[in-house]
Design a protein around this ligand. Structure first.
Ligand code: G3P
Ligand code: MG
Length: 255
């Protein structure tokens, strides 16, 4: 099996199945599994004590019962947060997931993971990568893991930690594709581009595919508006609700 044959989801559930569950939680990932999503995308950051946790924002206000910057919490205090009730009362009592807990669950369920190294302002990309990547590589087989980031330093650190592209699929995340994308991807020995579908141009998509990379698009929840992008060669859509795409995927398999 070649590297590019190893991974072929058409849909990836954004932050777990975040349309239906509190984002980036164990419950969201269990929900994604029950709904038949083969892959999930999750964000990882570090708490103040260095514990990697599954969390998107710089702070906890939007998705928890409290306020404060994530790095002001340690594992003990982070576990006191309710990270489910903000979404719906039936999820009250949900706790922030550590990366380790999440990797164990993903392994148990046999899901694929797009792990985004989320480097919020002022945070250190090297420490995040050096802490998180070895855990992910240890727990998941290569074909079920893509590590992505908007942060170039995080990607460089990841590639330094695992130089073999057959052992680490690296994804380059961009809001807007830079002109020098070929050089960056070649230098990092990248596997995939993860691009904002609203800003992607057909020419860019076709060039990325012709150069041999996987092309993932985030975050799309309108399968009809998204439909032309499949013709451009897009491989997978990262969606809050992949089921919306069930009847709009390329080929016959609604995977
Ligand atoms: O990885 C795709 C997408 O998650 C990037 O944006 O802000 O949702 O992490 P964001
Ligand atoms: Mg993300």
């Amino acid at each position: 099996m070649t590297r590019l044959e190893a991974i072929h989801p058409h849909t990836i559930a954004h932050r777990g199945l975040s349309a239906h569950f509190p984002e980036n939680t164990l419950t969201a990932v269990r929900g994604a599994y029950r709904c038949g999503c083969p892959w999930v995308e999750l964000d990882v950051q570090l708490l103040g004590d260095g514990t990697p946790v599954i969390w998107h924002d710089p702070g906890v206000r939007r998705c928890s019962s409290r306020r404060g910057k994530l790095f002001t919490f340690d594992m003990t205090t982070a576990k006191t947060l309710d990270v489910g009730a903000w979404f719906h009362p039936r999820f009250a009592g949900e706790r922030m997931a550590t990366l380790e807990e999440m990797l164990d669950l993903i392994n148990e369920l046999g899901l694929g993971l797009n792990l985004e190294l989320k480097v919020n302002r002022g945070r250190d990309p090297r420490t995040l990568t050096e802490t998180s990547l070895p855990m992910a590589l240890d727990k998941l087989p290569t074909e079920r893991l893509v590590v992505s980031s908007f942060n170039r330093q995080a990607l460089h650190t990841a590639r330094q930690l695992e130089p073999d592209p057959h052992r680490l699929n690296l994804g380059l995340l961009y809001d807007k594709l830079p002109k020098e994308w070929r050089e960056i991807a070649s230098h990092l020995n990248a596997y995939s581009f993860h691009l904002d579908w609203r800003r992607l141009k057909e020419k860019q998509a076709r060039e990325i595919k012709a150069t041999g990379y996987r092309l993932f698009c985030y975050t799309a929840n309108d399968p009809i508006a998204f439909a032309p992008l499949w013709q451009w060669g897009v491989d997978a859509v990262i969606s809050d609700d992949p089921d919306l795409f069930a009847h709009y995927l390329p080929g016959k398999a609604a995977t």
